[in-house]
Design a protein around this ligand. Structure first.
Ligand code: V47
Length: 368
């Protein structure tokens, strides 16, 4: 976007006072957040988010050589949007034997730096299965970073195994867990959360698990599921609650807006998000979350084409090779399940950015 726009007026005058704040580094308010979500001046919003993105990261665009392992889809929770989960006893439920998990990890190319492990809330797995999974992955690949278990899973382990959250996390860390993904946050607003989710951690519990994790030195990501029944006010509230916790702990590394994939969702018939909404989700997050270092444009959910555009609308990261994604694809996503590093590098270069391969916590692995 042309720098000249910093002195020309935005199409939407409501963005003018926000530009002043962004240029002065003044924290944005809930009202500002709402004005940003409501605007149709996508280029004005994009200019602001890109300004902030380039101030922090210049022309770098990060990616990671990673893979997903979903060890089980058996889940006692009921989430209207989730097509991945299977109730205990349902025929489509599966649980990987640990040897299967280990064989998957052992077969990974040596360049893979991160394994992202999440599963359903399985009521019958022993705690030893969870810990042995961490240990077994580390035994086979000591160099790989294990990003595992959402705050919702950790809260479930705390209840199921009757241990304080702190102990659950400490034992996982000891067994090899390095950091946590940001899933399970969905939307924090109570009434909406209760309407679409039954039987898993609420907002306070999700945030509290993250607070504890950060205190124990386990960094994490954060997400927001958007494009379902939530309001714009609730999106702003969600981001500000994350910002508040981040002020306290500093433990969030990356924020990832997750676009609702409606096609196979069991109990939520909605149209898919639009390009405007997806770009706004990235841009508003970049501007409101002034204390979170990275914003991820997740190609699995918004397509590689739009994720690439997202690199000019506030995002500095494009996730990675991923491999074997199940949650979005069970919900009917038509995006690929894997991207090669060459494809990622091409997307980034054609966006005018500099591809930087990273590890999970943004140590630079290689400049491409
Ligand atoms: O928690 C479930 C979401 C999340 C649907 O931390 C859906 O680096 C859209 O959190 N449409 C899991 N979303 C994915 C996730 C994630 C992904 C990539 C990177 C990271 C990270 C985290 O997926 C769930 C839930 O919020 N989800 N169903 C659906 N139909």
């Amino acid at each position: 976007m042309p720098a000249a726009q910093s002195t020309t007026r935005f199409q939407d005058v409501a963005l003018e006072p926000i530009r002043e704040k962004v240029l002065a580094g003044t924290r944005l308010t809930a009202e500002d957040g709402l004005a940003l979500y409501r605007t149709h001046d996508l280029l004005g919003l994009g200019w602001l988010a890109n300004h902030e993105r380039e101030r922090r990261h210049g022309d770098a665009a990060y990616f990671v050589w990673n893979t997903h392992v979903n060890h089980t889809n058996v889940c006692v929770a009921t989430c209207d949007f989730c097509a991945f989960a299977a109730k205990p006893g349902e025929e489509r439920g599966y649980t990987m034997a640990l040897d299967e998990v280990f064989a998957t990890v052992a077969a990974l190319p040596k360049q893979v730096r991160e394994v992202h492990v999440v599963g359903g809330l399985h009521p019958d797995l022993p705690w030893s299965y969870i810990l042995d999974m961490m240990r077994g992955i580390k035994d086979r690949r000591p160099d790989i970073h294990i990003k595992a278990f959402t705050a919702v899973e950790i809260f479930f382990f705390h209840r199921l195994y009757r241990m304080p959250v702190e102990r659950v996390l400490a034992e996982l860390k000891e067994a090899g867990l390095d950091s946590m993904p940001g899933g399970g946050a969905e939307i924090f607003a109570k009434a909406t959360r209760n309407r679409i989710i039954k039987g898993k951690a609420d907002a306070e519990q999700w945030l509290d698990v993250m607070r504890t994790a950060h205190r124990l030195g386990i960094s994490s990501n954060a997400t927001m599921l958007y494009g379902h029944v939530e309001s714009l006010e609730e999106r702003v509230d969600h981001l500000l609650r994350l910002r508040e916790l981040q002020d306290e702990t500093g433990g969030f590394v990356t924020f990832i807006p997750l676009a609702f994939q409606p096609w196979e969702a069991p109990a939520m018939k909605r149209p898919a998000t639009t390009g405007f909404d997806d770009l706004k989700a990235l841009a508003v997050a970049r501007l409101l979350l002034d204390n979170v270092p990275h914003v991820k444009s997740y190609w699995i959910m918004i397509t590689p084409r739009l994720a690439q555009v997202g690199l000019s609308f506030g995002a500095d990261d494009i996730d990675g090779t991923v491999t074997e994604e199940k949650i979005a694809h069970d919900a009917g996503a038509s995006t690929p399940q894997v991207m090669t590093v060459d494809e990622l590098v091409r997307l980034i270069r054609e966006a005018g950015r500099r591809p930087v391969e990273r590890d999970t916590v943004f140590n630079v692995v290689r400049e491409w």
